[in-house]
Ligand binder design. Structure first.
Ligand SMILES: Nc1ncnc2c1ncn2[C@@H]1O[C@H](COP(=O)(O)OP(=O)(O)OP(=O)(O)O)[C@@H](O)[C@H]1O
Ligand SMILES: [Mg+2]
Length: 329
């Protein structure tokens, strides 16, 4: 079976003149080569495609693949993560991970929270700031937490994201609106323990493969799993197995969120406790990082005894069912 690889390679964008911040979500060469090598070990023939414009060129030339392993995050537009799967759908080429509906919805953290809340899950109350005139109408109790509406990898998140009063709220929201040129999500600040849960599979076949606690070391930026803490996770973060009670509560919430959002094949849900120890949904990552040592999903799988190759096999076994569906359609 020929598996195409779609991805945004960070070095390629840096060479084009994009900044470190603009390319923070994109993948390192070592991630792509790990995925490629592991797919080969699992018996798949691989073909590197790269970003969406390469995909368009290749499709135009008539190239096709049995399946595409898609981890392209996209550069432009509020549907940036949905673009590759939408294009592949048009050509009836099946792909690994979620489709355009899920990837467009979940890139918007506020709309995702509304859906999750409607299914009865706990998630912090929120407001969305589209422009400076929206700031005075925020009517939530402090402390608050602010972050860009549609980013990942901790972009725009640092200890100043925790907001204690209106002046700080105005300053930080204005700064984020300008810097990221997108709305700002304001949420109630959750002060409790933090976890991330890994899911593999789709629908009824989905299962939680592990929950880990994110523990900040003394030299980490305080109170948040920030951009700097993520980038320097080897020095600043302890990824830890945790007590069964927390594992059960987080896996239940994560699996429920995964199923209600109809995410596919594999990914992560981020969860934080409030001051009473009640788990809240923070966000879902249906395109979770796949670096074997640096990304949270492989790290949590490893801590739960699932090696990288086994994780990749679980994800591929889920995705391959889509190939069969198309063949028999
Ligand atoms: N409402 C909140 N209360 C407390 N902390 C929060 C809240 N929202 C986010 N955080 C902190 O900020 C971190 C990053 O937030 P979030 O997971 O939404 O961002 P991200 O950049 O999409 O992350 P990822 O790298 O997982 O894609 C969380 O892991 C958590 O430490
Ligand atoms: Mg997160």
């Amino acid at each position: 079976m020929i598996v195409g690889l779609t991805y945004d390679l960070r070095d390629e964008y840096l060479a084009m003149g994009f900044s470190e911040d603009e390319t923070a979500e994109f993948d390192r060469e070592s991630t792509i080569s790990s995925v490629e090598t592991t797919l080969a070990q699992l018996g798949y023939q691989t073909d590197r495609i790269g970003h969406i414009k390469n995909l368009v060129d290749r499709l135009g030339k008539g190239d096709r693949w049995d399946l595409v392993f898609n981890i392209a995050e996209g550069m432009y537009g509020e549907g940036r993560e949905a673009q590759v799967p939408a294009l592949l759908d048009a050509y009836r080429i099946p792909y690994v991970f979620s489709g355009p509906l899920v990837l467009a919805l979940t890139l918007n953290k506020a709309l995702t929270k509304i859906v999750v809340k409607d299914f009865g899950m706990a998630t912090p109350d929120h407001a969305v700031i589209y422009g400076p005139s929206d700031i005075p109408s925020v009517n939530l109790p402090y402390p608050l937490f602010v972050k860009p509406l549609a980013e990942g990898t901790g972009k725009g998140i640092d200890p100043d994201s925790v907001i204690d009063g209106p002046e700080q709220l105005e300053k930080k929201c204005k700064e984020l609106l300008v810097r990221y040129n997108q709305p700002v999500l304001v949420e109630t600040y959750l002060s409790g323990r933090e976890f991330t849960a890994g899911i593999v599979g789709t629908g009824d076949q989905a299962r939680c493969i592990g929950v880990i606690e994110i523990i900040l070391k003394d030299n980490a930026e305080k109170g948040v799993y920030s951009y700097v803490n993520k980038e320097e996770c080897e020095e600043r973060i302890i990824y830890s197995l945790t007590d069964q009670e927390a594992v059960d509560a987080c896996s239940e919430l994560a699996l429920q969120a995964w199923k209600c959002l109809r995410a596919e094949d594999g990914g992560r849900i981020d969860i934080r406790f409030d001051h009473q120890g009640i788990p809240h949904f923070l966000e879902i990552n249906p395109l979770a990082g796949m670096h074997p040592e640096h990304s949270d999903l492989p790290i949590l799988a490893g801590l739960n005894g699932i090696h990288y190759r086994e994780l990749m096999k679980m994800i591929m076994d889920s995705a391959v069912k889509k190939v069969k569906n198309i063949v028999h359609a």
